[in-house]
Design a protein around this ligand. Structure first.
Ligand SMILES: CC(C)(COP(=O)(O)OP(=O)(O)OC[C@H]1O[C@@H](n2cnc3c(N)ncnc32)[C@H](O)[C@@H]1OP(=O)(O)O)[C@@H](O)C(=O)NCCC(=O)NCCS
Length: 159
């Protein structure tokens, strides 16, 4: 399957929002994505297949750390390696910008996401209590070293 990854643009937001609404219990509004486009610490990528936006991922970059803010793949295209492709795009870009660690929060009940992050070398470093207000779930905090010393091997292979 041919997929191109590029930076998110303003015109992408309606398609992103459609995926967002069927991917998260508390989806971000279109305005939230617009705000992120104006956030100088934020960077977002989209995955395009046959002119359709089928996934996206973003992060904040500051003080040598990358903080993943969101990632989602259209339900019809899950399980085909796109989540891993988008995460590797974030990792490569963050490393190029000088970040040496990447951090994220995940619901402990989100098995696909947990497996994705573990397969990329993320490890558990703690919890954020009552992070997901709507379900009163705690968030698992995960971290991965992404510095230059980790750039030579292909991510997604056995760590
Ligand atoms: C999490 C998500 C982005 C994964 O995207 P994806 O394109 O389906 O993932 P990939 O095909 O790249 O799979 C990568 C790895 O994730 C894990 N994984 C993916 N889907 C899985 C599933 N249904 N069950 C268990 N593990 C799964 C596997 O370890 C897989 O590696 P493998 O194929 O070598 O076994 C996608 O499920 C999604 O959009 N979910 C809704 C939004 C969301 O929960 N985002 C994360 C918020 S923290």
């Amino acid at each position: 399957m041919e997929v191109a990854v590029r930076f998110m643009k303003r015109d992408d937001i309606p398609q992103i929002s459609a995926i967002e609404n069927c991917s998260f219990p508390s989806p971000w509004s279109q305005q939230a994505f617009l705000n992120e486009l104006q956030n100088k610490f934020a960077v977002y990528f989209v995955a395009i297949h046959e002119n359709n936006l089928i996934g996206y991922a973003g992060m904040w970059l500051f003080c040598g750390e990358a903080h993943v803010t969101t990632i989602a793949v259209h339900p019809d295209f899950r399980g085909r390696g796109l989540g891993k492709m988008l995460m590797n795009t974030l990792i490569d870009y963050a490393r190029e910008q000088g970040a040496d660690t990447m951090v994220l929060e995940v619901r402990p009940s989100n098995i696909p996401a947990l497996n994705l992050y573990k397969s990329l070398g993320f490890r558990n470093i703690g919890w954020r209590k009552n992070y997901y207000i709507e379900t009163r779930e705690d968030a698992l905090v995960m971290m991965c070293s992404i510095g230059q010393e980790n750039s030579d091997r292909q991510r997604g292979e056995e760590q």
